[in-house]
Design a protein around this ligand. Structure first.
Ligand SMILES: NC(=O)c1ccc[n+]([C@@H]2O[C@H](COP(=O)([O-])OP(=O)(O)OC[C@H]3O[C@@H](n4cnc5c(N)ncnc54)[C@H](O)[C@@H]3O)[C@@H](O)[C@H]2O)c1
Length: 257
């Protein structure tokens, strides 16, 4: 199987770290023009430098908050303008727990609850709203949302809004798939298992202690933690022609059944 994205334009949110960074790099390595956004500018520039070492694609970085609908529209429009109107792939990897930690239900503030839903779910909605019309004009497109295994089980983070947001993404993916399929656009999700991609995940890993970490590894059929590249590979498959007849699905990529 040969997967290549020469002459394709890809928008990736949350590209400053971890999974989003690996996804952006994977597409650049295979020839794409990647428009990548995040709110962490220095890390985003690092992603750009790392990605452009890998292949003959190009990465343009922009500081954009995915909670800002107008800014998302502008990002996608700029990417399309650079590429004669084409947006081939839009991937929402921005999300996570935004530095929050487990708390009892009664202590969670309204802002804590809403912020995680906004970045994970509303961000995916805004990206889709911006990209889908441009994809529809050309009769082809791929939208991919990074959810979590928490959507199928419970969240290791213990954070209510994170569990709710990751599950909401499944519904959004299904609904968008139904609406956009006739326009030639597929919409799918990827649900990663736990991986050490950022300070929140690192804190969670440390809190497990040696025995807990050992247990976590034993629960994985493939006895290693996931790497961001594992998710990038799934994203590139979903974005490729090989996934043409697959839509509305969220696939678990987590080293275990
Ligand atoms: N690491 C894990 O164990 C794991 C497991 C399952 C799912 N995920 C999901 O994978 C995705 C990527 O997470 P990650 O683990 O690579 O690290 P992460 O959580 O640090 O990545 C999220 C990225 O989104 C960016 N971001 C946050 N708020 C933003 C905003 N308002 N606008 C633009 N960008 C914003 C962050 O700066 C960060 O670079 C997230 O959706 C996360 O929920 C991660």
């Amino acid at each position: 199987m040969h997967i290549d994205f020469q002459n394709q334009t890809v928008v990736v949110t949350g590209a400053a770290r971890g999974i989003g960074r690996a996804i952006a790099a994977g597409f650049v390595a295979r020839g794409a023009l990647v428009y990548a956004c995040d709110i962490l500018e220095p890390e985003l520039r690092e992603s750009q430098a790392l990605a452009e070492e890998l292949g003959n694609g190009r990465m343009v970085v922009r500081v954009v908050n995915v909670r800002d609908r107008d800014a998302m529209q502008a990002l996608v429009r700029e990417a399309a303008d650079t590429a004669a109107g084409a947006i081939d792939v839009a991937i929402h990897a921005a999300g996570g727990v935004l530095g929050q930690v487990r708390q009892p239900l009664t202590s969670v503030t309204a802002d804590q609850w809403h912020s995680i839903l906004d970045v994970n779910v509303t961000g995916a909605f805004y990206l889709s709203q911006a990209a889908a019309p441009l994809m529809a004009e050309r009769g082809r497109g791929r939208i991919i949302v990074i959810s979590s295994r928490a959507a199928f089980k419970t969240s290791l983070t213990g954070i209510h809004s994170y569990a709710a947001a990751k599950t909401a993404q499944l519904g959004l993916v299904r609904q968008l798939a139904l609406e956009l399929g006739p326009a030639g656009i597929t919409v799918n999700g990827i649900a990663p298992g736990f991986m050490r991609t950022n300070p929140d995940a690192e804190r969670q890993w440390e809190a497990e202690g040696a025995d807990g970490q050992d247990e976590m590894l034993k629960r994985l059929a493939i006895r290693r933690l996931g790497r961001p590249e594992d998710i990038a590979h799934a994203a590139m498959f979903l974005a490729s022609d090989y996934a043409e007849w697959m839509t509305g699905q969220t696939i678990q990529v987590c080293g275990a059944p």
